[in-house]
Write a protein that binds this ligand. Structure first.
Ligand code: IPM
Ligand code: MG
Length: 373
């Protein structure tokens, strides 16, 4: 990021690569960009745009181009919508829209995926759990994002005498486990000092190593209380008593699954943001939800997960924590004032809430940002 002197004042500039993607990802993005522009008046944001996923397949024949990867490398941060859709489902694996996102994560070495699941108090009744079980819920899932079974080789489907055979490889190098463990311990230290490492060490050797390495790293963090949990139990505990968790750290696939579970506790998948960081502090910010093709283009999708991802971008890549907090306060205020997209409407309809569309929710956040100066 550049620091430039302008008229005696230091003004900052940052390059943001915007990848709207498909479905509601693309639909929400212009609203999220509007919000982001107003969330940090002291930083001059240079937005660049490129396609990814199905949109890139349609325009360029590949789910992400080398040129887009180069733009991502040169940017201070990447803001992404979502990728995928039924029209691209029958393509071979290496040409599916998801490959674009996976390649971006991998080539920028964005190994640390932070997925906070925070309950905004007014949404307690939208949670799938009883309000008292989720009150003040504030969990952080730290998911390893560039290794594990998602990327392990060999992989494929072969045809032999016994019929077809599909296989993937679940593999972790010691250094991959160590670096994600350090990120999780550092974050736990800044929060409530409790870390649960999730594995399947009773069955899978690769996660026995995971458990061993995490335990070794713990020696450097004697102020953090470490607990190990099998993934099946962790899934069960998340829906039984989620408030027992502070920070969870786990591999790529378990993290994918557990973060969707955690999202639902907060009322809707439409609320969960994420940050994917590399060792250089570069980041890719995206909502955890997908492209929801069934509701795309109808102005009903919840833009808050993308807006909250923009807040994470301010915090982790632009070093603007005050702007991030102001944006999060604006989201909380819009919810406290009773504004709801369809996915977070109370089950009974609710008389004290107002249903708004994608644009209405973004406008409400912008209004509250302007009030909080
Ligand atoms: C996620 C998504 C992706 C993943 C898909 C779209 C490749 O589910 O970000 O959680 O599995 O990582
Ligand atoms: Mg997922």
């Amino acid at each position: 990021m550049d620091l430039r002197r302008a008229g005696g004042r230091v003004s900052r500039r940052a390059r943001i690569l915007v990848l709207p993607g498909d479905g509601i990802g693309a639909e929400i993005m212009p609203h999220a960009v509007r919000v982001l522009e107003r969330a940090c008046p002291d930083i001059e944001l240079d937005f660049e745009y490129a396609s990814i996923g199905g949109a890139a397949l349609d325009s360029d024949g590949v789910p992400v181009t080398d040129a887009t990867l180069a733009l991502a490398r040169a940017a201070d941060a990447v803001l992404l919508g979502a990728v995928g859709g039924p029209q691209w489902d029958d393509l071979p694996m290496d040409r599916r829209p998801e490959r674009g996102l996976l390649r971006l994560r991998s080539e920028l070495d964005l190994f640390a995926n932070l997925r906070p699941a925070i309950l905004f108090a007014p949404l307690a009744s939208a949670s799938s759990l009883k309000p008292e079980l989720v009150a003040d819920l504030d969990i952080l899932i730290v998911r390893e994002l560039t290794g594990g079974i998602y990327f392990g080789e060999p992989r494929g489907v072969t045809v032999g005498n016994g019929g077809r055979r599909g296989f993937n490889t679940y593999v972790y190098e010691e250094r991959e486990i160590e670096r994600i463990a350090r990120v999780a311990f550092d974050l736990a230290r800044k929060r409530n000092g409790r870390l649960v490492s999730v594995d399947k060490a009773n069955v899978l050797e690769v996660t026995q190593l995971w458990r061993e390495v995490v335990t070794e790293v713990a020696a450097d963090y004697t102020d953090v209380a470490l607990e190990h949990m099998y993934v099946d139990n962790a899934g069960m505990q998340l829906v039984r008593a989620p408030r027992q968790f502070d920070v969870l750290v786990t591999g790529n696939m378990f993290g994918d699954i557990l973060s969707d579970v955690a999202a639902m506790l907060t009322g809707s998948l439409g609320m969960l943001p994420s940050a994917s960081l590399n060792a250089g502090g570069q980041g890719l910010y995206e909502p955890v939800h997908g492209t929801a093709p069934d509701i795309a283009g109808r102005n009903i999708a919840n833009p808050l997960a993308t807006i909250l991802s923009a807040a994470m971008l301010l915090r982790y890549s632009l070093d603007a924590p005050e702007a991030a907090e102001r944006l999060e306060r604006a989201v909380a205020a819009a919810l406290a004032d009773g504004l709801r997209t369809a996915d977070i409407m109370p089950q009974d309809g609710g008389s004290e809430v107002t249903r708004v569309g994608t644009d209405g929710m973004a406008n409400a956040v912008i209004e509250r940002l302007e009030e909080d100066r």
